[in-house]
Design a protein around this ligand. Sequence first.
Ligand code: VAH
Length: 313
Amino acid sequence: SVLIIGAAGQLGSELTQELANIYGGENVIATDINPQALYKFDYCKSMVLDAMDKNAVSKLVKEENVKQIYHLAAVLSATGEKNPLFAWQLNMDSLLFILELAKEEKLDKIYWPSSIAVFGPNTPKVNTPQYCVKEPNTVYGISKQAGERWCEYYFQKFGVDVRSLRYPGLIGYKSLPGGGTTDYAVDIYHKAIAGEHFVSFLNENTYLPMMYMPDAIKATIDLMHAPKEKVKIRSSYNLAAISFSPKEIYESIKQHYPEFTISYSPDFRQGIADSWPDSIDDSRAREDWGWDHAYDLSKMTEDILKHLPSYSF
Ligand code: VAH
């Protein structure tokens, strides 16, 4: 079976569906700490699971003959700054345990998401390279950078086939805005279709690397299905699609909703966004396993505005 930990999160909500399409719902186990969120997994197995409960995770892996784990549970950047030690514990301890379990149980493959949050204020901001200075100054970024080191370590020392992507801000319409610094770009669509004014918590010209969720799902599946020898980077691959600012995404929506209005009122998340790159060089992902994105800003906006109004959460 394929186990997804943190399946009810922004990425998990959509990745779980794709994994069920590929492996069959009877072979996919969607788990999350929040029992209320499991209703949406009517197409596969689902159960409550706390990523920090080592005995429960270990028991489930053995009982359900789990061969792959997608470990998605984490505290995101903005929320992490409000609970630093909990964010470190959840993001780090749970990953370490999953890597150890994969080694002990000889699991086939592990997936673990990293993020552009591993880059910090003194990282080159434009076309950020795969290898560069990384001094993240958020707990989330620190945990992702440390997590990448552990993934590479378990691959090199113990042969654990763990694979990872440094996601940019992920934008999708199938989950509500979460504790991410990039989640303004999810919320803006909800405000537009509700006919409400949008207050951006980032300044109008704050460029951030972003990606429409279908591209992120495609990249994840492509990476996980790539032949082992093509996955040459075992820390985490840079991954990119589009970069835009609040002003630009607003303009793309205004094409469809001419009355839509925006104002800018930066908060603590501006500091987090300023510590991250404007754009990412993902040429290694494109060279090693054929990555290519499909959605630009206008195509993403068109697709979201087509589906969001009738989407039931
Ligand atoms: C966050 N959406 O904002 C996540 C992501 C690059 C951003 O890691 O924390």
